[in-house]
Design a protein around this ligand. Structure first.
Ligand SMILES: [Zn+2]
Length: 275
């Protein structure tokens, strides 16, 4: 692996895999294996890069001066990490924090990310045709958006249209690059009635909450606890106790040891507003 001569600037909500696809096209290699070897030094499954930040330590080698910024951007804006971190085990959250600080997390942790990503695989690469057309117009090329690759996302939060499957099976992305621009001509706005039509409102809600999580899922533990406990207090509409909190959400004993004082103070403060 070596310093790269260039690296594509990521587009808004572009998934990491899509950035790598554009790199493959621009670097001029004939075979995907060449690009994968050049970037990663071995053959590895590229599908997981649709979802999780992998081998981030290599960004330091590829990009030198801008590595730090790019790493941060890939983790936060171009993988599902903010969405997944809300229910990741602490060991993986801690590993990402180490990666951010330039500490290598090791092959076993990297493998755990791949396993986590496996649960999110949908059957095909997916897209919103209106987004695709807009991107082409705005940036001169289209790209794979991160949000549409998540399961349960059936509506575009921006255009309100149905998300469509490409005919590219997701398992094919393991060892190949499929840049969205090569798919652009085939993408058409779907006008026929959708099989999920009667659930449109529910799918719109899922899409907008997922979009929110992708943008804001990285809140701190304190912010997360404050939000959850305030929600419980609002739902109950009365004074609450630690028992109420324990019934509604599982707080690990470790967490309570660390944040107990803050939790008690918050309960007290909320209850004083309810008097
Ligand atoms: Zn759209």
């Amino acid at each position: 692996m070596k310093k790269l001569d260039f690296f594509p600037s990521p587009y808004p909500d572009e998934c990491y895999y899509s950035i790598l696809c554009r790199y493959h096209v621009q670097c001029g290699n004939e075979y995907p294996a060449e690009t994968i070897y050049e970037l990663f030094g071995n053959s590895q499954n590229q599908t997981s890069t649709i979802f999780v930040p992998r081998r981030m330590e290599l960004v330091d080698i590829w990009l030198l001066d801008i590595a730090e910024t790019m790493k941060e951007s890939i983790i936060n804006n171009h993988t599902m990490y903010p969405y997944m971190s809300t229910h990741y085990p602490e060991v993986l959250v801690d590993a990402i924090e180490q990666i951010r600080r330039g500490i290598e997390c090791g092959a076993s942790v990297d493998l755990k990310y791949v396993q986590k990503a496996r649960r999110l695989w949908s059957s095909h690469l997916r897209f919103c045709s209106q987004c695709m057309h807009e991107d082409k117009k705005k940036y001169g090329e289209s790209y794979w958006h991160r949000i549409y690759q998540l399961p349960e996302i059936e509506r575009c939060p921006k255009h309100g249209g149905w998300i469509q499957n490409t005919d590219i099976p997701i398992r094919m992305t393991r060892i190949r690059f499929f840049p969205a621009s090569s798919y652009y001509e085939a993408s058409q706005i779907q006008t026929r009635e959708h099989a999920l039509g009667k659930y449109v409102v529910q799918y719109e809600l899922i899409a907008s909450s997922t979009e929110w999580l992708l943008e804001n899922g990285l809140e701190s533990k304190e912010a997360w606890l404050t939000r959850r406990i305030t929600d419980i207090w609002e739902e109950k509409g009365r004074r609450i106790s630690l028992t109420d909190i324990r019934q509604e959400m599982s707080i690990k004993s470790n967490t309570y040891r660390k944040y107990g004082e803050m939790i008690d103070a918050l309960i007290k403060q909320l209850n004083s507003e309810n008097q």
